[in-house]
Design a protein around this ligand. Sequence first.
Ligand code: KIV
Length: 278
Amino acid sequence: MSDSKVTTLKLKEMKQRGEKITVLTCYDYSTAKMLDKAGIDVLLVGDSLGMVLLGYDSTIPVTMEDMMIHTKAVSKGTKKALVVGDMPFMSYQISVSESVRNAGRFLQEAGANAVKLEGGREIACTIQAINAAGIPVMGHLGLTPQSINKLGGYRVQGKDEAAARIILNNALALQDAGVFAIVLECVPAPLAKMVTERLDVPTIGIGAGVDCDGQVLVIHDLLGLYSEISPKFAKTYASLHSTIGEAVGQYKADVRKGVFPGPEHSFGMDPGEIGKLY
Ligand code: KIV
């Protein structure tokens, strides 16, 4: 792929060519630089940061201010990937005008290229208004963690015909409202395949099987950094939790033994100069 910026149009062209789209969550400047350099197409500043960075039990307590800080950091570290800011709970539920204002902050203050909202046809008018303001919108269906209290738990959605039909109809409604892509989280693989075939816009799966147009993972799951929950759908490509534990243990032992810092980590001084102080 070229070195030019990833755009929503490019993502649509990737779907048409059958080229899989890679998406990862990202919450800070240094990681953004690494993921961007590795050629990841989309960096999603997910409200999952509430759980993996801030230690909350869910994404519900995450605020606009939390999202602004992390989205700014990711935007600064990104040259090529499309940066998508996740609109947090209650930033787009109160009124359409407040939603447009909050979505605008992601682009104007935090440097994002697009925003993501959770929900189906009930937020179609909000998506249309945000889009009309020139802000690209990514949808999110299936398991929508901001509605965890309504869904009653983190479980697969759309397992029977009626529930699957609702997800399919919501996907079509979001496409009509103007989304450029839709995240499908925790839905059966055959349903994700059908939705993907029925849509012109790309689907991005997480726990939705291999037939989506792209995949997203939480970077902490991919790197084995978050030990509290390990979802069935997450593949762990590294075990940084234990690597970091070993490195920190080694540092502690070196400090206790007095072997860190060594001469190579210390600054010298003319003995005559220090002698004057004794
Ligand atoms: O917040 C997040 O990380 C997300 C992804 C899991 C899609 O919404």
